[in-house]
Design a binder for this molecule. Structure first.
Ligand code: SF4
Length: 514
């Protein structure tokens, strides 16, 4: 079996979903290989000499190896200007590499001029013409070699982001043509979202043999005729992934302690709309996993991938620090208004918390069922700041209960707490196609394609997307306090690289300190 992580996704850490599958396969002694086609594919395009063009591209290509090595050193994360230049130059080279194929390509971006990843007919077209894909020279050679050396009976694709969809299908198209007998399987976050759509009907029959919704371990094992019994938590295994080759100053260890969300009430949330159940690994097992993985992989940072790290897990980590800095998404709960709790998190290595505040207006928060009290949020932000934990605050504009007045309150809240906010993420609301609110709104039919996950709707307060964008561009982002927070955001890699900018200089792991 071969497991493939297709382009394009942020190439800064190994794919956690594939590592989980590796853990399960390893446990049952099934032979497998792993291909990070995202990392390899991006590097192959970056290293291909660009068609002679403008000065920027030529200069970017001249500095390529310097930029690549700088992103794997600590120093560049202390120098915002150098970091930005490196990332923008790499993005420029990819942009130029994609141009002749009609693709707007970047380190996190794959947008085709004509084909949409939200239309099944376009994905099938990508499969029918794999040679039109800018990664084709890379994956044709690499897959042919792998087919020859590994002779797999099953090839699995982990498809999580829209930016991976067209490339995944191009690779599937090539494989279907070259080795019609090999079973092709695809799972991952995006496939799960497709399959959770109401009235789902598989449009890829004959192209993909199995589509998997939700955690892939059990379906993959049953495909390999392994019957599971009892508890089936498999610790992730990163041995087959090039953990030291990603765009980061050292290995990042992604780890997911749960799927779904323990809160599961926010009205706009796709997790809730998809009815993904909350399944958590017991905290004591998480601690054992983390300690073992830290010992093995020697990461410089742990990325906890949970939709919301539960307070009980935070408590367990505070009691059993993994010995390496860590960060992840947390809800703003009462726990964070306890200064001692925040201090304990800091002492356990927490460098940054990502917080979904969404709005600075209490009535909006209540209506969205966020379970956030703004007075507590204010205290939590201040406590985290005092404890030395940076915050990456997520805001959501244009939700149904929000209008201009409420959006202005969000602006005021952020300005008031500017000293406690490390980074900001601003998003404009998308209505999940199958969310609980859809029935109460005047919605239009699918506006992008048959696989679209969102629908357009008439905003009850006429706070339409163009008006929201205008407010963000002309008012919100221009406020000096907010502009200075936004300037800190690492371009392209955003929250994935943000912790490196806020660690206490170079945070030594105990192992390095010894
Ligand atoms: S806390 Fe986050 S993941 Fe959980 S329901 Fe709310 S938005 Fe969804």
């Amino acid at each position: 079996m071969i497991l493939i992580h297709p382009p394009v996704a942020k190439p800064c850490e190994p794919p956690a979903g594939i590592a989980k599958l590796c853990g399960a396969l390893n446990h049952h002694g099934i032979r497998y290989g792993v291909l990070d086609a995202n990392l390899e594919g991006l590097l192959s395009l970056l290293k291909a000499s660009p068609v002679p063009s403008d000065t920027w591209t030529s200069r970017a290509f001249r500095h390529l190896s310097k930029h690549l090595s700088s992103l794997s050193s600590w120093e560049v994360y202390q120098e915002n200007g150098r970091y930005r230049r490196a990332v923008k130059d790499l993005n420029r080279l990819l942009e130029m590499a994609g141009r002749s194929s009609g693709v707007r390509l970047g380190l996190t971006n794959y947008q085709h001029d004509e084909l949409s990843p939200a239309r099944s007919t376009d994905l099938i077209r990508a499969a029918e013409h794999p040679e039109d894909n800018p990664f084709y020279p890379y994956f044709k050679k690499r897959l042919t070699e792998l087919l020859k050396s590994e002779q797999p009976s099953v090839i699995g694709f982990s498809l999580n982001y829209l930016s991976q969809a067209l490339c995944t299908f191009a690779m599937i198209g090539l494989l279907r043509r070259e080795c019609p007998k090999v079973k092709l399987v695809s799972g991952g976050g995006l496939v799960t979202s497709w399959m959770r759509r109401p009235h789902w009907k598989n449009p890829f029959e004959g192209l993909v043999d199995h589509l998997v919704a939700g955690p892939g371990e059990a379906p993959l094992l049953s495909l390999m005729e392994v019957m599971q019994s009892g508890n089936n938590h498999y610790s992730p295994n990163y041995d087959s992934l090039p953990v030291r080759d990603y765009f980061a100053p050292g290995p990042i260890l992604p780890y997911s302690s749960s799927s779904g969300c323990y809160w599961n009430r926010c009205s706009f949330c796709p997790e809730r709309a998809e009815e993904n159940p909350y399944i958590a690994i017991p905290a004591e097992k998480v601690i054992v996993d983390l300690l073992r993985l830290v010992d093995k992989q020697k990461p410089v940072l742990i990325h906890l991938l949970d939709n919301a790290i539960s307070p009980s897990l935070m408590k367990a980590i505070a009691e059993h620090p993994p010995g390496v800095p860590w960060y992840g998404f947390a809800r703003i709960t009462r726990h964070l208004i306890d200064p001692d709790f925040c201090l304990a998190l800091k002492q356990s290595g927490c460098v940054m918390l990502k917080l979904g505040l969404e709005s600075g207006d209490q009535s909006v928060l209540d209506s969205l069922q966020k379970g956030i009290n703004l007075e507590e949020a204010s205290l939590a932000l201040k406590n985290l700041r005092k404890a030395g934990i940076s915050t990456y605050v997520y805001l959501l504009f244009g939700t149904p209960p929000e209008g201009l007045i409420e959006a202005r309150r969000t602006l005021e809240f952020i300005v008031k707490h500017q000293d406690c906010i490390g980074f900001l993420n601003l998003a404009v609301f998308n209505m999940p196609i199958y969310g609980p609110e859809v029935d109460q709104m005047e919605t239009k039919t699918y506006y992008e394609g048959d696989l679209s996950l969102y629908t357009s709707f008439d905003h009850p307060k006429a706070w339409s997307r163009p008006l929201v964008r205008q407010f963000l561009d002309k008012k919100f982002k221009r406020h000096p306090a907010i502009a200075s927070i936004l300037r800190r955001d690492p371009p392209v890699f955003t929250s994935n690289h943000a912790p490196f900018f806020v660690m206490d200089s170079i945070y030594p792991t105990p192992r390095e300190a010894n």
